[in-house]
Design a binder for this molecule. Structure first.
Ligand SMILES: NC(=O)c1ccc[n+]([C@@H]2O[C@H](COP(=O)([O-])OP(=O)(O)OC[C@H]3O[C@@H](n4cnc5c(N)ncnc54)[C@H](O)[C@@H]3O)[C@@H](O)[C@H]2O)c1
Length: 282
């Protein structure tokens, strides 16, 4: 999608980290941005900060794991800006718990925020983008954890889902003038390790949250260190702007996990090789 200036975007998880970086980069490219987040205070602060740079931005508080709130955010976007061209399904949470730790509520949380919000975002905003006939772009934030399963089961399942949804819908939506991109970041300097702060009240007490006083696992320690020293979210936003302009199917932020993807594909290929030329015994 070329000529972004004057277009309208809706961005979820826009009060922090990658979503904020995307909102800021879009605003710098002249896009009008409706920023949305569950954290109303942080959202108000960041909307005011960007507005002070003459960016045409507004904020709408919504919990994306509730379809009705996402619908209300879409209504508010149309009421404020008249139309919408770019949907950025970015809100997401780490966590969900590993084997022996997860609960139905933790699966509900991570699937609701990371995956169902993307399904509903496309369902609600797709027809709004189609309606004006000017074309548009849908960008959904998955992760390298959507291509290599090595983090936490719930997180991986949702991120693989976002990749599958984006890959699968790309041809159908291209025919309607809507590009579909999936953003698969590596380690980015954000507050993802503090996702517990965004646990919806209705799930309070039902999800096992990381105990700040408990000793960290080696994996958690390494991940926290990598994120603290990760890529600047505004740079990710700049890549997303370029990805929208070029209709990139995959938006990567770095090549750190390329070897992991190669290993996964090699294991899949070995699965085919194992049965190549075989015939049934009976
Ligand atoms: N930071 C990384 O290294 C990394 C890597 C790969 C993918 N990601 C993905 O990037 C996306 C953004 O995360 P981030 O790293 O910027 O973390 P972050 O915690 O800094 O920002 C996430 C934002 O989403 C909001 N949010 C959480 N639950 C919500 C809900 N129910 N409704 C609406 N908003 C909600 C939070 O309030 C927060 O403002 C996520 O989808 C995450 O999985 C992050």
């Amino acid at each position: 999608m070329q000529d972004l200036a004057g277009k309208v975007a809706f961005v979820t998880g826009a009060a922090s980290g990658i979503g904020l970086g995307i909102a800021e980069a879009l605003a710098q490219a002249g896009v009008k941005v409706m920023m949305s987040d569950i954290d109303g205070d942080a959202l108000a602060r960041e909307v005011a900060r960007l507005a002070a740079t003459n960016a045409d931005v507004a904020g709408f508080r919504a919990d994306v794991s509730l379809k009705a709130e996402l619908q209300a955010a879409a209504d508010a976007t149309i009421a404020r800006f008249g139309k919408v061209h770019i949907l950025v399904n970015n809100a997401g949470v780490g966590g969900g718990g590993g084997y022996g730790e997860w609960s139905d509520a933790s699966w509900d949380w991570v699937i609701g925020v990371n995956l169902m919000s993307v399904v509903w975002g496309i369902e609600i905003f797709g027809p709004l983008i189609e309606a004006h006939g000017e074309g548009g772009q849908i960008v959904s934030t998955a992760s390298m954890a959507g291509l290599v399963a090595a983090v936490a089961p719930g997180y991986n399942v949702t991120k693989y889902g976002v990749v599958a949804l984006s890959e699968g819908l790309r041809p159908a939506l291209a025919a309607k003038g809507i590009g579909v991109s999936v953003l698969c970041p590596g380690f980015i300097r954000t507050r993802i390790m503090e996702s517990a702060r965004a646990l919806p009240e209705r799930l309070a007490g039902q999800v096992a949250l990381p105990d700040p006083d408990a000793p960290q696992t080696e994996f958690a320690r390494l991940a926290a260190h990598a994120i603290q020293n990760g890529i600047d979210p505004l740079y990710v936003g700049e890549l997303v702007v370029e990805g929208i302009e070029g209709d990139w199917p995959y938006i990567f932020t770095d090549t750190n996990f390329e070897g992991g993807v190669d290993l996964r594909f090699a294991a899949i290929k070995a699965g085919f090789d194992r049965i190549r030329g075989r015939t049934p015994r009976h």
